[in-house]
Design a protein around this ligand. Structure first.
Ligand SMILES: NC(=O)c1ccc[n+]([C@@H]2O[C@H](COP(=O)([O-])OP(=O)(O)OC[C@H]3O[C@@H](n4cnc5c(N)ncnc54)[C@H](OP(=O)(O)O)[C@@H]3O)[C@@H](O)[C@H]2O)c1
Length: 435
């Protein structure tokens, strides 16, 4: 790649992150890592006239992000539109096709189309960088792709969605329901008007799919992720889990074994003293377990204009200062096909909450059924509840945790328990995080 004194940036997407980046660049008018200077020579968004926290009237406007991506007036294309397809994908493909380095914050795009984009970028010999796509301002991508490339990463697990973490933290702190806290998060701007990507676990799944590809040298495969969001986390379970010494977090994990790779997102129990349980509010936190290095823990703000724009600016600096690394852990042509592990084979501990008739013999019946199904109980909690919530359907709650058991065995046991006459509703299953 030619060395430039001045690097001309085309920025498509002028929302939270885009205007955050423009503000950063304006505050650092001489943003000049290693001597080269970054200057914005084109911007694009949906509406030219929409009021923005940054005045764009002095910047050259291009209606079509694809035209900006291929413009002769830019050297680096910065994609901050979002979405796995549509204009973001078209513009990134066009920029790479035109041999322009791309910096993006778009986790959906990289998780769903990263492998094909990597082929395109590497064929053209240009970087495709996405530090801001995972954990916002926390340099998770760099740590996994670059700093730990000399290790064999075995597993990654953490909290990758700040909105969900905020909601779960508030539910526990204030005793309010999921719906009430979500409404407040939307009013405060922590949650989108359509919160599905966040609370449904899809955003965390995009991020962990990217980390899996970086860590394990496989093609990212969002479609293979097993995803459960936090919409059905009930306050009762938060309180009962706490009584057992746990806190419920939305945990995203990627594990590699000889069978392949398992990528999952689930509301999971973390022991109260564990760093993941301690990461409250909108924080993100991540454990990386390497065969040589052991466990590394990183934590910080996973979103917001400032932290995310800082990560985008760091990628721009990388384009300006260094050569081109593979987009993922290894060159695109050497990425292993993603070999998914059947989640039914995964082994772990579990939390089960049952609503049962308040009559003698119920606990014995549940215990016997679980034992017959091959599930061993670790702890049992029966707690009288004042003002029993409607989800108990007039019954009393019993809660138990299991020893490690294969998911298929556990699911079969749940079916048998659900069929017991004294059990009033399907047992609620939550995993205990393997952290
Ligand atoms: N927000 C965060 O904290 C954060 C953190 C990490 C990563 N990210 C990622 O960063 C990216 C941007 O997020 P954001 O929060 O900044 O989003 P945002 O505030 O919704 O901004 C999106 C921008 O894209 C523009 N846009 C939307 N559709 C377009 C189209 N069809 N053609 C041209 N422009 C279009 C919008 O134009 P108008 O302004 O004219 O409507 C807006 O400027 C996403 O990939 C997101 O996942 C965000």
């Amino acid at each position: 790649m030619t060395k430039h004194k001045t690097w001309r940036l085309g920025v498509a997407g002028l929302g939270t992150v885009g205007t955050g980046l423009l503000t950063f660049l304006a505050d650092h008018a001489k943003y000049a890592p290693a001597g080269g200077q970054a200057v914005v020579t084109g911007v694009s968004a949906r509406s030219r006239s929409r009021p923005r926290p940054f005045d764009i009237s002095g910047l050259p406007w291009v209606d079509d992000p694809v035209a900006l991506a291929t413009s002769a007036e830019i050297d680096i294309f910065v994609e901050l539109i979002g979405g796995s397809d549509g204009p973001a994908k078209a513009a990134v493909e066009a920029a790479l096709g035109a041999g322009k380095p791309v910096v993006t914050a778009n986790k959906a795009l990289i998780a769903e189309h990263g492998a094909e984009l990597a082929v395109l970028a590497e064929a053209k010999g240009v970087p495709l960088l996405f530090e801001a796509a995972v954990m916002g301002g926390v340099p998770a991508v760099k740590i996994v792709r670059e700093a730990l490339v000399g290790d064999d990463i075995r597993s990654i697990a953490g909290i990758l969605n700040g909105t969900c973490n905020f909601i779960l933290t508030e539910m526990e702190a204030t005793g309010r329901s999921f719906g009430e806290v979500l409404g407040e998060a939307q009013r405060l701007g922590y949650a989108e008007a359509d919160p599905t990507m966040d609370v449904g676990g899809f955003d965390a799944a995009h991020k962990i799919s990217i980390l899996a590809a970086l860590a394990f040298g496989c093609a990212p495969n969002f479609a293979a992720a097993e995803i459960e969001g936090i919409e059905n986390v009930d306050l009762l379970d938060i309180q009962l889990a706490r009584d057992l010494g746990y806190r419920i977090k939305l945990v995203a994990s990627a594990d590699r074994s000889s069978d392949g790779v398992l990528v999952r997102v689930h509301p999971s129990l973390a022991p109260l003293a564990h760093p993941l349980a301690q990461a409250g509010g909108a924080l993100n936190a991540l454990f990386i377990d390497g065969a040589r290095t052991g466990r590394i823990f990183i934590q910080g703000p996973g979103a917001g204009a400032g932290p995310t724009a800082a990560a985008v600016a760091a990628d721009i600096a990388d384009v300006m200062t260094t050569g081109t690394r593979p987009v993922f852990q290894v060159p695109a042509s050497q990425l292993e096909p993603f070999k998914p592990v059947d989640p039914a084979k995964s082994i772990g501990r579990a939390y089960l909450r049952l609503s049962v008739k308040d009559e003698p013999g119920v606990i014995a019946a549940v215990s016997e059924t679980l034992a017959e199904a091959g599930v061993s109980i670790e702890s049992f909690l029966q707690k009288p509840i004042e003002n029993a919530p409607a989800i108990l359907k007039g019954g009393v709650p019993i809660v138990l945790t299991t020893h490690a058991v294969a998911e298929s065995v556990l699911k079969a046991a749940i079916e048998r328990i659900a069929a017991l006459p004294a059990v009033l509703d399907r047992p609620r299953l939550l995993r205990i995080a393997r952290i």
